[in-house]
Design a protein around this ligand. Structure first.
Ligand code: HEM
Length: 533
């Protein structure tokens, strides 16, 4: 059965090319193989509008690739809750067991350009657009539950360090370059994420076999304004599976499209990939009951402290028809939330809420990209936003409020009452002085890195040691290697000693982690186990 988004896209699908060729103006063309020339061997005439249009349109086919997550693959599908979550949120798409909401998901690597290989060591993006009745909700996550930095103001630095080096654009994949390790060695808050990035999680077997995480703490909010903190998790029905490093490298060479091919072929074959959506729910009153800050995106909430509650499933059952129109032009944004889902003051999330729309204004050529077919909400759009490049809508009437002459869109019903289903920002009490300083509650950079390390099986630890040794072994700058080994010693002495030995560094002195204790626990911290490769 076709879902509402699929049907809505019909309006934009090109007709079958069964008639004769025309120009963009609909003029039928006599010949598309020969330019109009003066005589058979003479110069080409400027008046050949078909030639000029054909070349011009070709010249303008490319748009900028995403500044990060440039390479990806997407698919449509649906989400359905197992149960009503009305107790925690008024989000319409979470009210009713079994009610399906169409989705579009884009998986991606982070570092490499559009043409890079799929199976490099990297974080994977896992971004979901829910076309809900109340408008689009985007859950823009990754396949790892934490991030490299705590504050959005570090993101440009981080990405400049992780991308290809500026003088020669080498390398085109992986993280094996000096600038990345230089940055991480000077930025200990990245240590926890580094442990994940050097684990097998960074070389997934398939998009279908990856977990997804919202990373930040968000809020679920009820209609009467009651909030619950939430962490979002996607668990793949096929389980988590990864490649081994040699396999990933060989695959990158033999089939750079390994992951997009895998996703495409599985869906074509009717083997629809499926994920379970899980939530960790934390009452507002427990905000300060953890040995880390809930607003710190370099920390996860251990599952043994707050279990993951499965609340629904997502199935991807339809491939896009046109990569550019759909997968390339899709625009996800953390600030696309619906009533019942809200932000927290996580300083990384706060910056993301600015960055996505800003980058899409240039990537997608102006302010009207939400009118592109893949981005269009199923919910009716009624705004006083007007004009701009690529405007598709023929608006009529005036576009301001308040308005007594007709037109304009009032946000409230008569008498100042709010319209049904409006987005009301959560009324968090905020009080403080403007200050440019990281909260001391964000200071522990090693506790959860150590927790992650200790929760690994022996063979997983061996893979992590091998990954650090492989990557750091290629770093030319001795000072960077020293600093990284010293950071690792704050995570685990044996890990640091073994990496040092393999890359020919002196054995590091034991380095107690300088930060406050975390009270972390041993097991159950990292979610689904990776099956042995
Ligand atoms: C893509 C910024 C952190 C997940 C992007 C893009 C930008 C960006 C500018 C390109 C978007 C586009 O061109 O459409 C940032 C900033 C961050 C940040 C400023 C931190 C301050 C994160 C984190 C996650 C994440 C923590 C995961 C939880 C993604 C994903 C995409 C993406 C999945 C690809 C979306 C797609 O498939 O189109 N990010 N990002 N980002 N980001 Fe972030």
């Amino acid at each position: 059965e076709r879902d509402a988004k699929d049907i809505a896209l019909d309006a934009f699908r090109a007709p079958e090319p069964d008639g004769a060729l025309t120009t963009d103006q609909g003029i039928r063309v006599d010949d598309t193989d020969n330019s109009l020339t003066v005589g058979e061997r003479g110069p080409t005439l400027l008046e050949d509008f078909h030639l000029r249009e054909k070349l011009t349109r070709f010249d303008h086919e490319r748009i900028p690739e995403r500044v990060v997550h440039a390479r990806g693959a997407g698919a449509y599908g649906f989400f359905e809750p197992y149960e009503s979550l009305a107790e925690f949120t008024c989000a319409d798409f979470l009210q009713e067991a079994g009610r399906r909401t169409p989705v579009f998901v884009r998986f991606s690597t982070v570092q490499g350009p559009r043409g890079s290989a799929d199976t490099v060591r990297d974080v994977r993006g896992f971004a979901t657009k829910f076309y809900t009745r109340q408008g689009n909700y985007d859950l823009v996550g990754n396949n790892m539950p934490v991030f490299f930095i705590q504050d959005a103001i570090k993101f440009p630095d981080f990405v400049h360090a992780v991308k290809m080096e500026p003088h020669n654009e080498i390398p085109t994949g992986g993280t094996a370059h000096d600038t990345f390790w230089d940055f991480c060695s000077l930025q200990p808050e990245s240590t926890h994420m580094l442990m994940w990035a050097m684990s097998d999680r960074a070389i997934p077997r398939s998009f279908r076999m990856m977990q997804g995480f919202g990373v930040h703490t968000f809020r679920l909010v009820t209609a009467d304004g009651r909030a619950t903190f939430v962490k979002f998790h996607w668990k793949p029905k096929l389980g988590v599976a990864c490649q081994v490093w040699d396999e990933a490298q060989i695959t990158a060479g033999r089939d750079p499209d390994f992951h997009r091919r895998d996703l495409w072929e599985a869906i074509e074959a009717g083997e629809f990939p499926e994920w379970e959506l899980g939530v960790q729910l934390i009452p507002e009153k427990d905000e300060f009951s953890f040995p880390f800050d809930l607003l710190d995106p370099t920390k996860l909430v251990p599952e043994e402290l707050v279990p993951v509650r499965p609340v629904g499933r997502m199935v991807l059952d339809r491939n896009p028809e046109n990569f550019f129109a759909e997968t390339e032009q899709v625009a996800f944004h953390t600030a696309n939330v619906v009533p019942g889902i809200d932000f927290t003051n996580d300083p990384l999330l706060q910056g993301r809420n600015f960055s996505y729309l800003d980058t899409q204004l240039i990537r997608l050529g102006g302010p009207n990209f939400s009118q592109l077919p893949v981005n269009r909400p199923l919910a009716e759009v009624r705004t006083d936003q007007r004009d701009g490049y690529g405007q598709q809508v023929i608006h009529s009437g005036t576009s301001y409020a308040p308005n007594s002459v007709g037109g304009g869109c009032p946000a409230t019903l008569g008498g100042g009452r709010l319209a049904e289903g409006v987005f009301e920002h959560y009324q968090e009490r905020v009080d403080g002085q403007a200050i440019r300083r990281r909260s001391p509650s964000f200071a522990d950079h090693y506790g959860q890195a150590a927790l992650f390390w200790r929760s690994m099986a022996g063979w997983e630890q061996e893979h992590i040691i091998a990954a650090f040794s492989f990557e750091l072994g290629k770093v030319g700058d001795q000072a960077v290697r020293h600093r990284m080994v010293a950071n690792l010693a704050r995570v685990d002495q044996e890990l640091a000693v073994e990496v040092a030995r393999r890359i020919g560094e002196p054995e590091p002195a034991p380095e107690p982690a300088p930060d406050r204790p975390t009270g972390d626990r041993e097991a159950g911290a990292v979610g689904e186990r990776v099956s042995p490769a």
